[in-house]
Write a protein that binds this ligand. Structure first.
Ligand code: ADP
Ligand code: CDP
Length: 433
């Protein structure tokens, strides 16, 4: 069978990875991050204390190391001599040296061969600098993503990364072997003024125009598109949604990473770590339609008795294991709602993620709906447990890829050990964010 390759090229922080990830998930292809391969070799060079400008020593190293490239069904994976270097690939040292390493022809030769190997077994969306020009020049599906340098610099520093994107761009564009160019047949997409969702929509239109067989492969439409209409909410819910959202953006510079993973349609079990009382509206603000929350029973007094039900809060007894609230979650999910559950039960004491206390695995297995892992950072500093005082700390919310269980997986996650295994899988997905 002939496999399709979508080639995404462009300068640093133009949005290549974000785009490739979204296309892989929506079109059912494997996303291959070729930059990670150049970064992995750079990491190994630095690990071995080889001078990155000593091309002969780098060539010798590349000749003797074993590089294994694979994928997990959606994303590429890499290991060098049996070690997965992923956690180290975006360090300042790797950023500073990767362009020099990737200019060495023998490094490119070895990695390009591994990149082409992917097409033997799967459809891919591959992102890098020379995918449309050198790796897959024959593919008709090519996009060159760009954005103004100032926008790109902002995006990188917003990600908290030390990276001189202009220096890297200059080196990548001026090298002799496989420089960054707009490949023949590529369509240029400038994302400077586009939202992530807008950029994805534009890319899908480009691919359709290039003849990509959309229908056959548009298998994974789990996340859907963010509605571009105003939020669909009853007015008291909307009032809370709007006021909390505005307050979070102003007071805490709220930053959301992984917007493209947000599931906009259908029932969703949202599993998040729990840092502070700020958390529920924080999560509620990710979505443009209403969702269901839990609130401790004691809050349903006075005005709370009237207000909390209007915000779709269901009372929960924090002091005792509460089977009835678990049943309510499952029922709400089956009715098609999006429901937020904090698997740890209580707020963190030290900022770390604690043990899962509630039966999130049981709920997920019984409801059988997509699970959205979410991790909150900084809310414990903005409103520490026990303090009651708001501080101006930056809050970041990271939204993870949906976990969609196959019918076989659902069957295997049954009984106490099955629920525990699923709980661990969900907690690991949160911790990985
Ligand atoms: N169209 C966009 N609008 C706003 N931010 C974007 C857009 N595309 C990507 N980003 C953000 O910019 C940062 C860099 O994107 P990334 O995909 O890592 O770029 P690249 O792979 O080209 O280096 C990420 O934080 C990402 O969320
Ligand atoms: N196909 C590719 C991909 C990356 N690279 C090199 O690897 C570096 C890191 O690539 P990357 O895609 O991870 O970089 P970002 O765009 O994410 O910053 C680039 O600056 C290039 O020097 C390359 O030469 N060819």
């Amino acid at each position: 069978m002939n496999h399709h390759a979508i080639a995404i090229d462009g300068p640093a922080a133009s949005g290549k990875s974000t785009m490739a990830r979204a296309l892989a998930e929506r079109l059912g292809l494997v996303m291959v991050n070729s930059g990670a391969m150049y970064r992995a070799v750079t990491w190994k060079v630095l690990e071995e204390k080889i001078n990155p400008t000593d091309a002969a020593a780098v060539r010798e190293l590349v000749g003797r190391i074993r590089i294994d490239c694979g994928h997990d069904g959606t994303f590429s994976t890499i290991s060098i001599d049996g070690v997965d270097p992923t956690p180290f690939l975006r360090s300042a040292e790797v950023n500073a040296n990767v362009s020099a390493i990737s200019a060495i022809p023998e490094v490119r030769e070895k990695l390009v061969a591994l990149q082409r190997d992917y097409l033997k077994s799967t459809h891919v969306v591959m992102e890098g600098r020379d995918i449309g020009s050198v790796v897959f020049p024959e593919t008709p599906f090519k996009i060159y993503i760009d954005a103004d340098p100032s926008v790109r610099n902002h995006r990188r520093s917003d990600d908290g990364e030390v990276d001189s994107v202009e220096t890297r761009d200059a080196a990548d564009s001026s090298r002799t072997t496989a420089p960054l160019v707009i490949a023949d047949g590529a369509t240029v997409l400038d994302t400077s003024k586009l939202s992530i969702e807008g950029a994805i929509k534009a890319a899908i239109d480009i691919l359709r125009a290039q003849g990509f067989p959309m229908k056959q492969s548009e298998t994974l439409k789990i996340t859907g598109e963010e509605p571009d209409h105003a939020p669909m909410m009853r007015w008291i819910y909307w009032l809370g949604w709007m006021s909390f959202g505005a307050a979070y953006r102003t007071l805490f510079g709220l930053r959301i990473i992984g917007r493209e993973n947000i599931i906009h349609n259908g029932p969703v079990l949202i599993a998040s770590n729990h840092q502070s009382f700020l958390d529920p509206p924080l999560i509620g603000n990710l979505y443009k339609t209403e969702m269901v929350f839990f609130a401790r029973k004691t809050l349903f007094k006075g005005i709370g008795k009237w207000l909390y039900p209007k915000w779709n809060a269901i009372p929960v007894d924090q002091d005792r294991p509460d089977m009835s609230s678990m049943k309510t979650v499952i029922r709400k999910l089956k009715e098609g709602w999006r429901v937020l559950v904090f698997p740890e039960g209580a707020r963190t004491l030290d900022g770390e993620i604690g043990q899962a206390a509630s039966g999130i695995g049981l709920i997920a297995a019984k409801a059988g709906v997509p699970i959205q892992p979410v991790r909150i950072f900084g809310a414990d500093e903005a409103l520490p447990r026990g303090s009651g005082k708001i501080r101006f700390a930056r809050i970041t919310v990271k939204v993870g890829r949906p976990i969609v269980l196959t019918p076989e997986e659902l069957k295997s996650y049954s009984g106490k050990t099955g629920y525990e295994a699923l709980t661990n899988r969900i907690m690991d997905a949160i911790k990985d964010l």
